[in-house]
Design a protein around this ligand. Structure first.
Ligand SMILES: [Zn+2]
Length: 189
């Protein structure tokens, strides 16, 4: 089961199993029950689809966050990576993946409609919004970024920026070191 998780190889999976074997029985039961109830207990922010205990996540419910900046990521883990840099004070939008029709991820499944609705609300009263596209620097992420640009091409009040190059292509935001990510965010264009 551990091997089915991202980034876990056979040896690490064995290490996990050995570590669990050393735990007392009650702790193992707790572990099992957390896993069993995961889908029921974890919910998502109504606005940005970040993981959240409440209707709104900690970012969306923070009034100090700049609502005129919205950063689009594929997954919650990418959002966490950007948060860790401490550089970004706007809000987020988690798409739920990147466009990959062969893997069943069509634009209809991802949160583009919700993105458009949020942007429309953010622009109410002729306000300008900066949309920062931070999809992964790989083929699916690139397709997704182009899809967003196309989706918004008629909107004059949205300035679309992207993370600066220098993120090695084919990589994944989640595994990019903090310094490189900071640089990419600061030099977005
Ligand atoms: Zn949120």
């Amino acid at each position: 089961m551990f091997r089915k998780l991202p980034g876990v190889g056979p040896r690490q999976a064995v290490r996990f199993v050995l570590a669990l074997l050393e735990k007392p029985e009650p702790e193992l039961r707790e572990f099992g029950s957390v896993v069993q109830n995961l889908k029921k207990d974890v919910s998502f922010c109504r606005l940005c689809f970040n993981i959240s205990d409440n209707h709104l996540c900690s970012v969306c419910s923070d009034s100090r966050r700049d609502q005129s900046k919205m950063l689009v990521v594929e997954k919650v883990t990418d959002l966490d990576s950007i948060e860790k840099t401490g550089l970004y004070r706007g809000v987020y939008h988690v798409l739920g993946g990147a466009i990959n029709p062969l893997g069943g991820l069509t634009p209809e499944i991802l949160k583009f409609k919700e993105l458009k609705n949020r942007l429309n609300k953010a622009m109410a009263g002729d306000k300008t919004v900066e949309l920062i596209i931070a999809t992964n620097p790989n083929a699916a992420g690139e397709t997704t970024a182009l899809f967003i640009v196309d989706l918004l091409k008629k909107e004059s009040n949205i300035s679309v920026t992207r993370l600066a190059r220098g993120l090695s292509s084919g990589s994944n935001l989640e595994y990019i070191d903090e310094g490189t990510l900071k640089h990419a965010l600061e030099h977005r264009r």
